[in-house]
Design a protein around this ligand. Sequence first.
Ligand SMILES: C[S@@+](CC[C@H](N)C(=O)[O-])C[C@H]1O[C@@H](n2cnc3c(N)ncnc32)[C@H](O)[C@@H]1O
Length: 238
Amino acid sequence: MNIEQFETSLKEKGIALNSTQLGQFEKYYETLVEWNEKMNLTAITEKGEVYLKHFYDSISAAFYFDFTKPFRLCDVGAGAGFPSIPLKIAFPHIDVTIVDSLNKRITFLNHLATTLNLEKVQFVHDRAETFGVNPNYRESFDVVTARAVARMSVLSELCLPLVKVGGHFLALKAVNAEEELKTGQKAITALGGKLLNSHTFNLPIEEFDRTIIIIKKEKQTPKKYPRKPGVPGKTPIE
Ligand SMILES: C[S@@+](CC[C@H](N)C(=O)[O-])C[C@H]1O[C@@H](n2cnc3c(N)ncnc32)[C@H](O)[C@@H]1O
């Protein structure tokens, strides 16, 4: 996907980017590729692929959820910033917190935020299991996102404790979303969530299947969740 296709495809979805935002995506690409030579950030480095599979794919969450109002978003396990940094560039009014367990990625994100002049972003080096019991963050976010971190049952335990009651958890999935939703249903309910919608669509150009799962937080998460680091992955609520 070249930059014109990126801009046009988003415009067709009602997301118009100005020259500052397009410049930020360009700088993001350059910084990602430069830092990727010193640390492992992404296996995708070809420009058109980064624009399609990282930038456009991240923003696709906004095709199915309203990002036009200001809110506080937490991105769990964002790695090199996906999906929250492309969303932040496209919707500068959102307040973004990224939590990731790998400090090298947090160092990269701090550098990136300075390079792109991003405001209202914070990066926390922590595991979601400990971050989710911290009273400063627990049930404090309007929206929590995650892409390529864990399967639905595990991911729900990492993400739903951070969502305030009435807020939403958006899971960006590439494969097996339907199957994951089935095995994740018990965890979603136990953690206070309710499946609102699941949208499957194709990325343009190469027609890769993607699914955006939208969960609403209906009740408080019981205090026993999230369990200690590593436990959600070892013994998922299934
Ligand atoms: C495969 S990468 C995906 C990164 C990004 N979301 C993307 O879609 O490109 C998974 C990321 O999740 C982080 N991660 C895994 N388990 C985590 C946990 N329990 N708490 C916080 N971060 C975690 C890893 O450090 C890594 O950066």
